[in-house]
Design a protein around this ligand. Structure first.
Ligand SMILES: *Cc1c(COP(=O)(O)O)cnc(C)c1O
Length: 461
């Protein structure tokens, strides 16, 4: 665990356009938000949920302003997307400059340099120094679907192995790859065949708490060998740190053991880093923490400062195995999104956002640990604190048990919102508070948000 860091040096305040201060001037939601909510109900599909009842007007740094003039501290980054902030000047300038020239030609019709620049960047930044190729799409789900297409074609095999608690998207194939039925899959079937689910390494909820990462990997591998056999397995698809499933960090050794087995058996190891990528965990990618080199890596969310862009990067022999025309899409690698990505990656380097993510961990984790102790340690409501960098989670349980407490979790998120802090929940059991602040957040703002969160957790007992 990082030692507690002294203020100002760890997370210096960056220049911001909006005041970096929490401020409530109306009830929450305010009258303008309530009015929009009514208009929305009349025209927007009911199946689209929003975790917050407030409507955004402006956002910058660690702050989201709503249409009623309230300023909220953002601990969600639009689900790990706005790592560089929601209106980074460099990203805004790149978007505007590119839009002045052309917004679209279609890379499959008239190609352009930005796509190549993004591919060059990803070849450098992703784990491993082997020869790589990249193909760009729009959403995380599309990247995952295409990684599976590539793995199947290149291996001539069909089976895809996924894990308990996995989340890979909402299209038909990726729903099938996702573990949790409500709300993602329920009544949306039938799902695609040749998907096999095996046990994850979930240290907090292991029956045998002594089980090592390597043993947990062997448990999964033995299931693969029993259910379909290596010779029928095209790919192992895994989030190196699971996102929607509960910010589950597998025990050390789990990922390297799976990757080694995949390599020995001609199975494509795909790391889904859609949520964990781009400095979020204190490194460019979560795979970096254990030196895992995936065959293919899927990326989206943080890649382009909020513009829709996704990518599959990986071994040249796999991606070049596909026949010309086999991969693509009208908007894939849109030039405006590519310009945003290039600016975003520059900002990440310039501001050392990986370092800031580690500093955020250094600020948040000691405070959460102290709170857990104050509330009764292992007999209290905080069952587990985990994560890496600025991808951190609190698992809430009924005190004295390991039974999930989704009601308390909901109440805590609602209490934070009422005080001006936007907080997301997740987890198979709905009992995880997840912290995903923009990596440009300043320390004072983060401290203020943590005080609100701590009080909400105390009050929810
Ligand atoms: C969000 C997410 C996806 C899906 O991305 P979309 O852009 O919503 O399609 C896939 N995998 C992981 C790990 C994610 O967190």
């Amino acid at each position: 665990m990082a030692p507690s860091l002294t203020s100002s040096s760890a997370l210096p305040d960056l220049e911001a356009r909006l005041p970096q201060q929490r401020k409530l001037v109306t009830e929450v939601p305010g009258p303008r938000s309530r009015e929009l909510q009514q208009r929305r109900a009349a025209v927007v599909a009911g199946g689209v949920g929003s975790s917050m009842p407030v409507y955004a007007a402006d956002a910058d740094g660690g702050i989201i302003n709503d249409v009623d003039g309230n300023s909220f501290i953002d601990l969600g980054s639009g689900i790990a997307v706005t790592n560089v902030g929601a209106s980074s000047p460099a990203v805004a300038a790149a978007v505007s400059e590119q839009a002045t020239h052309f917004t679209h030609t279609c890379f499959m019709v008239t190609p352009y340099e930005g796509y190549i620049q993004v591919a060059e960047e990803l070849a450098r930044l992703t784990p491993g120094d082997h020869e790589k190729r990249t193909v760009l799409f729009n959403s995380g789900a599309e990247a995952v679907e295409n990684a599976v297409k590539v793995a199947r074609l290149a291996t001539g095999r069909q089976g895809v192995v996924v894990f308990d608690h996995a989340y890979h998207g909402r299209t038909n194939l990726t729903m099938g790859l996702t573990a949790k039925t409500m709300p993602y899959k329920s009544n949306f079937g039938p799902f695609a065949p040749e998907i096999y689910r095996v046990p994850m390494s979930y240290p907090y909820r292991e029956e045998n708490p002594q089980i090592t990462g390597e043993q947990a990997a062997r448990r999964a591998i033995s299931q693969i060998e029993k259910q379909l056999g290596a010779e029928s397995t095209a790919a192992i698809l895994i989030e190196p740190i699971q996102g929607e499933g509960g910010f589950i960090v597998p025990a050390e050794g789990f990922l390297p053991t799976l990757a080694a087995w995949a390599r020995e058996n001609g199975v494509v190891f795909i790391a889904d880093e859609v949520q964990s990528g781009f400095c979020r965990t204190g490194a460019w990618f979560a795979s970096d923490h254990e030196g895992v080199v995936p065959d293919l890596i899927t990326m989206a969310k943080g890649i382009a400062g909020g513009m829709p862009l996704s990518a599959v990067t990986g071994r040249a022999d796999l991606l070049d195995a596909v026949h010309p025309g086999g991969l693509g899409g009208t908007y894939g690698g849109n030039p405006v999104a590519c310009a945003a990505a290039i600016a975003t990656l520059d900002v990440m380097r310039e501001l050392d956002l990986a370092g800031r993510a580690r500093a955020i961990e250094g600020v948040v984790v000691p405070r959460l640990r102290a709170l857990a102790e104050e509330l009764g340690g292992s007999e209290g409501p905080i069952g587990d604190i985990r994560g890496r960098g600025a991808m951190l989670a609190v698992e809430l349980v009924k005190p004295g048990t390991t039974e999930p407490d989704p009601e308390a979790t909901k109440a805590i998120a609602a209490a934070c919102l009422a005080e001006g802090v936007l907080i997301l929940t997740c987890g198979t059991y709905g009992n995880i508070i997840r912290l995903l602040p923009p990596l440009v957040i300043g320390e004072q703002l983060l401290d203020d948000a943590l005080t609100v969160l701590e009080n909400a957790i105390r009050a929810a007992r």
